[in-house]
Each structure stands twice: as C-alpha cells, then as structure tokens.
Write a protein that binds this ligand. Structure first.
Ligand SMILES: C[S@@+](CC[C@H](N)C(=O)[O-])C[C@H]1O[C@@H](n2cnc3c(N)ncnc32)[C@H](O)[C@@H]1O
Length: 249
C-alpha cells in the first residue's frame, strides 16, 4: 500500500515523535555531512525536522542556513532549538506543493527527508528540483536510506538467525543503482558515496546476537560510533542502511 503525503504529514505533526531516536546514529550522520561543507556557504537544510542537524551546520563559520520543513510541529521544535541563531531562517515548505526558495545555494542537505516521499517518481521530481536550487558547482548531500544497505545488513543478521529489520511504513528507501543512474541521466555528477557501515554492522548486526534489548545509549553503541572504530573497520557504505551520496551540478 502506498501511503500519501497527508499521512506522512500527520505522522510528523505528532508531538511525541522524534526524527531519530538513536542519537549516536544522528550524530554520526551529522559528522559525515559536516565535514563536506565548507565555510562561508549558503546552505539549504531540506526537511530539517527538529533542526538537530541545522544547529550544527549553522555553526560553520560564515554560514547562512535556510531550514525548511512541511510540518508545523517539526518547525516549532526547530524554532525552539534555533532561537538564538540569527544566521538561520526557518520556513514552512512542502516540496510536493507550491513554494519559493532561492536558487543559489552552495550546499543542499537532505538528511532522511527524501525517503519520506512515498513514490520513486516523487523522489525523482524533488531530486531534480533540489539540483535546480544549487548554484553552479554547488553540492547536494543526501543522507538517505539504501535498499542495498538494508539487504546487506539483513543478510548478515540472517547468519545469526536474527529477523530482518524492515523499512518503516513512512519511508521509501532508494535502490542505489536507480538513484545513481537517474542523477547521471540528468548530468549531475556523483562525487562520493559514503556510509556508516561500522556502526550498523556492530549495533544492528553483531550486538543483537548477544543482547536483544534495544539500548541506543549503551557503552557498546557509543564506542561503535567512535572515530577509532570507523578508521579501524573502514566499511564505508557496506552494511549501511543509510548512505551519503554527494552530487554536484
Ligand atoms: C526523518 S525526518 C528528518 C529530519 C531531519 N533532517 C533530521 O535529520 O533530523 C524527515 C523530515 O522530512 C519532513 N518532510 C517529509 N515530507 C516532506 C515534504 N513533502 N516537504 C517538506 N518536508 C517534508 C518531515 O516533516 C520530517 O521533519
């Protein structure tokens, strides 16, 4: 069953929903994105949610950030978090509706936003729209769900007789090849692909074989998110349910 934009909006308008419960994971995502954004940049944070990434990107020296989302509840939470930030503009935008945004961004970030568009044709439309808002040479950083990563991780879990981790009802993950081929067909260049394979393999592949309790805050998970582990294992996008793709115009 294909869910529509209204159902997804209702979900994000719930007060008690969080955009990411695993804080080690969201911090690692932000780290992956942050190191690719240069100083003095104009940034669009598309589908900014509660602004957990936005606040960090706004601390990049010389940055000006436009953070947009279609959910009033998300924007209210973001406004609270960003209240002292005078280099951030928050705006209500539904990327599937009518809106106006600038067309000279240096960077556009989509952090688990595009996976909320529940059809590939809608994702393609918004991908092209976002590329149209970049200045020449600008970069689109998309940190989004990957079906290939889901499969690799679930295949690993299977060996330990662990059930597959499903994709949530309000998400449609990308097929890696389909995404990359579509962007290439529009002459957008893929510069990089990266991921958080070490974290996913350790916390979703190995740890549950020993301990079925979900504890995002455990010491094990904290270490799994560390830079030392990242460097030691260097899995990049392998086993990574979420991948970072960097495209340039
Ligand atoms: C998983 S959350 C991610 C939020 C934030 N980027 C983060 O990383 O914490 C997805 C966000 O996309 C927003 N969103 C979904 N569909 C949208 C649309 N059509 N237009 C604008 N925002 C949308 C939701 O309201 C939600 O805040």
């Amino acid at each position: 069953m294909i869910h529509n934009n209204k159902e997804v909006l209702d979900y994000w308008n719930k007060e008690d929903v969080e955009s990411m419960y695993d804080k080690n994971l969201i911090n690692s995502e932000i780290e992956l994105i942050l190191k690719r954004i240069t100083r003095n940049s104009k940034i669009l944070d598309a589908g900014c949610g509660e602004g957990e990434g936005t606040i960090i990107y706004s601390k990049i020296p010389g940055s000006a950030v436009h953070a947009v989302d279609f959910s009033e509840t998300r924007l209210k939470k973001a406004a609270k978090r960003l209240r002292n930030k005078n280099n951030v503009i928050l705006k209500q935008v539904d990327f599937l509706g009518k809106y106006e945004l600038d067309t000279n961004y240096d960077f556009i970030v989509s952090q688990r936003f595009l996976i909320n568009l529940m059809e590939w044709k809608l994702q393609k439309k918004v991908l092209a729209d976002l590329m149209g808002m970049l200045k020449k040479g600008g970069k689109l950083l998309i940190l989004e769900g990957s079906i290939n990563g889901v499969k690799e991780l679930n295949d690993f879990r299977k060996i330990y007789s662990l059930d597959p981790i499903p994709v949530k009802w309000h998400n449609l993950f990308f097929k890696d090849k389909e995404l990359v081929n579509f962007m290439a067909s529009k002459k957008f260049k893929l510069l990089e692909e990266d991921g958080l394979g070490e974290y996913f393999l350790l916390t979703r592949g190995i740890r549950p074989a020993f301990d079925s309790k979900l504890n995002w805050n455990s010491k094990f998970n904290k270490i799994a998110a560390s830079n030392d582990i990242k460097l030691m294992l260097s899995l990049g996008s392998r086993f990574s349910r979420l991948k970072l793709w960097v495209f340039s115009k």
